[in-house]
Design a binder for this molecule. Structure first.
Ligand code: ADP
Ligand code: MG
Length: 322
């Protein structure tokens, strides 16, 4: 029902950047090795994501717009072992409720693919079409039927900044995937498949490389990889600070505090270090279902995690004679 879809949609889709996040994560989940994001007018006119992932069958290409039609949970227990980004099956239904959506998709083994148009949850057309392997979603006229939401959008500069934030987060979590971002016809990012260190340098600029100190630690409850920045590069503003848990960007004031504690005595007053930290934990030791946009996580044993994170960073900083 359309009303329920519209209400739920507002929860998942707050701005064009929310669409970007959901589409990019779906492409990652579809095992794409190349993902291209094309944006016009900070997403207010167009958000398009093209991937070379596994595509969808004719049936699935229609089903994917049904609420809770996720292909990613087959059993209740799967909820506790989330290997993929999506797990609620709400994103596409929500987006289709409040925008004009065009989708092209084809699986490797199929000769022909599907071209489908859905606007405000209404199927407009579905045709057999000659399309490349993978999936392309074009989202136009976001919030066309919720004028209040549309008017609430900020300037293109602000909305595009949010899009870049989401793009960078997904790209940092998946260095092995080639990502491209084009805005109003200009290529803003072209990130070839690489390793994490090179991906970070490609996003944040050449001098980033000399700032990075590797952090690597494996224990029973967590494995930590990534980089912290040398204290002399600390800045007055928060700058580049990222946590990824099981390849998902998250925010955590608690873990941030653990990082700051590791730098005790090393920073000038009022400055903050950059960090790019990737934590892998057993999926059943976290709860990521507490927020619809999934950027906050609850850990089973956060005290132990805090201690391990702090000591491993302290150790890394010490090794680099700072
Ligand atoms: P979720 O990601 O939580 O499963 P979504 O609404 O984001 O829910 O997507 C619904 C379903 O549509 C997915 O489970 C997947 O089967 C399919 N799907 C979406 N995007 C893609 C894509 N780019 N390639 C292949 N399948 C996709
Ligand atoms: Mg999804």
């Amino acid at each position: 029902d359309h009303v329920a879809n519209q209400i739920a949609a507002g929860e998942v889709v707050q701005r064009p950047a929310s669409v970007v996040k959901e589409l990019l994560e779906n492409s990652v989940d579809a095992s794409a090795t190349e993902i291209k994001l094309i944006v016009k007018d900070a997403g207010k006119t167009l958000v398009q994501v093209i991937d070379n992932g596994k595509g969808m069958s004719v049936t699935d290409s229609r089903l994917c717009f049904e609420r809770h039609a996720t292909s990613k949970i087959r059993h209740a227990e799967d909820l506790f072992s989330l290997g993929t980004k999506g797990f609620r099956g709400e994103a596409l239904a929500s987006i289709a409720a409040i925008a004009h959506v065009e989708m092209k998709t084809k699986q490797e083994q199929d000769e022909l693919g599907t071209h489908l148009i859905i606007e405000g949850s209404k199927f407009v057309s579905q045709d057999v079409a000659v399309v490349p392997k993978g999936t392309s979603f074009s989202i136009k006229n976001l919030f066309f039927n919720i004028p209040a939401r549309r008017n609430f959008l900020k300037s293109d500069t602000v909305e595009f900044r949010h899009i870049v934030d989401e793009f960078e987060r997904v790209a940092m979590a998946h260095a092995n995937i080639h990502f491209v971002l084009i805005h109003n016809g200009s290529e803003m990012f072209n990130l070839p498949a690489s390793n994490t260190r090179q991906r970070i340098v490609n996003i944040f600029g050449g001098r980033t490389n000399e700032k990075l100190v590797p952090v690597n630690e494996t224990t029973e409850i967590v494995s930590i990889n990534g980089f912290v920045c040398k204290p002399e590069f600390a800045k007055k503003n928060r700058g580049e600070q990222f946590f990824f848990v099981n390849d998902r960007f998250i925010k955590s004031g608690y873990l941030h505090h653990a990082v700051m504690a590791a730098y005790e005595g090393l920073l000038k007053d009022g400055t903050q270090p950059g960090y790019f930290l990737y934590l892998d934990v057993p999926p059943n030791s976290i709860d990521i279902n507490i927020h619809p946009t999934k950027t906050e996580i609850k850990f089973d044993d956060e005290h132990a995690l805090y201690a391990i994170l702090r000591s491993s960073i302290k150790h890394s900083l010490g090794q680099f004679n700072v």
